[in-house]
Ligand binder design. Structure first.
Ligand SMILES: NC(=O)c1ccc[n+]([C@@H]2O[C@H](COP(=O)([O-])OP(=O)(O)OC[C@H]3O[C@@H](n4cnc5c(N)ncnc54)[C@H](OP(=O)(O)O)[C@@H]3O)[C@@H](O)[C@H]2O)c1
Length: 265
């Protein structure tokens, strides 16, 4: 790849996550092509289908669902050249499985999330060979948000649970809070933006777990209103519920790779 040319990138799969990785910043840095299940390749920068193309991609992002890769993964080999670096965004599929399927050692696993479109993904990155993580790739991944390098592949499973699935858990919890407050305040037509703003304000002024503990205690005066509510929340073991949600997502990420054996048998 010439130093002055924009890198050529192929997204294999162009669904929810892939679309959220696209931003003006990314399109300025790279030429993006995207492949869908009908084998149609689109030039995302120019917003048009491609009929004649050569397989000289610098980077290929795997953005299909794990079961698609585990079943048809070897069909994607044809898009790789010797130089191509493969970046898998798939949950659960191990580096060793991707290496064997694509017959390549130039592979990284990353775990971004859908907030990449607002440059707010906290993207975890794992590779066996640190040299693969060159400055061009770093620039591309920085358009998603911040980058967190991890040394142990299992930490990608942890990131899948907390940072990949976590945004959905948080959105669900905030929504439960909004709906419950609206139910309580029904005759007064509460403005839900105010309630969502309340979440943001609490987090803005409390930047650590310790600060959050102190904050709870500072509002919970003895026999007061907050203590009545907090005691009820604690009695329902919400900690166990949230921990179990994370654990289930983590365990699910860990079992995905072995499902290839089941599909082949
Ligand atoms: N969504 C998230 O928040 C998130 C976060 C982190 C990681 N991930 C990972 O990202 C991957 C994609 O997730 P997603 O939520 O974006 O899934 P999705 O919305 O279902 O998108 C999957 C895409 O794959 C395409 N596809 C299916 N079979 C194909 C084939 N044989 N060849 C080429 N493309 C094919 C589909 O094409 P059609 O449009 O033609 O059906 C679709 O565009 C998963 O591995 C997931 O683990 C997702």
């Amino acid at each position: 790849m010439s130093a002055t040319l924009k890198p050529k990138v192929l997204f294999i799969g162009y669904g929810h996550l892939a679309k959220s990785l696209i931003s003006k910043k990314l399109l300025k840095l790279a030429n993006i092509h995207a492949l869908n299940s009908k084998n149609v390749i689109k030039n995302i920068n120019l917003k048009k289908k491609i009929s004649n193309f050569n397989y000289d991609y610098d980077y290929i992002f795997l953005l299909i669902r794990p079961n698609i890769f585990l079943t048809f993964g070897n069909q994607f080999k044809k898009y790789l050249s010797k130089e191509t670096l493969v970046i898998s965004c798939m949950a659960g599929v191990k580096l060793s499985t991707i290496e064997k399927t694509l017959k390549s050692k130039k592979i990284l696993r990353i775990m971004p999330n859908v907030m990449a479109s607002d440059n707010k993904s906290q993207t975890h990155i794992y590779t066996k060979n640190k040299n693969l993580f060159d400055s061009k790739l770093k620039n591309i991944l920085s358009t998603f948000g911040t980058i967190i390098n991890v040394r142990d592949e299992d930490r990608i499973n942890f990131a899948t649970s907390v940072f990949g699935s976590g945004p959905a858990f948080i959105a669900y919890l905030v929504n439960v809070f909004v709906k419950a407050s609206k139910k309580l305040a029904k005759p007064y037509n509460i403005n839900e933006k105010e309630v969502i703003g309340l979440f943001k304000n609490v987090i803005d002024i409390n930047k650590s777990s310790k600060m959050l503990d102190v904050f709870v205690n500072s509002i919970s005066s003895k026999k007061g209103t907050t203590q009545a509510g907090v005691n009820y929340i604690k009695s329902q073991n919400i900690e166990k519920i949230i921990y179990t949600a994370f654990k289930r997502a983590y365990e699910r990420a860990k079992e995905i790779d072995s499902e290839k054996k089941n599909t082949k048998s």
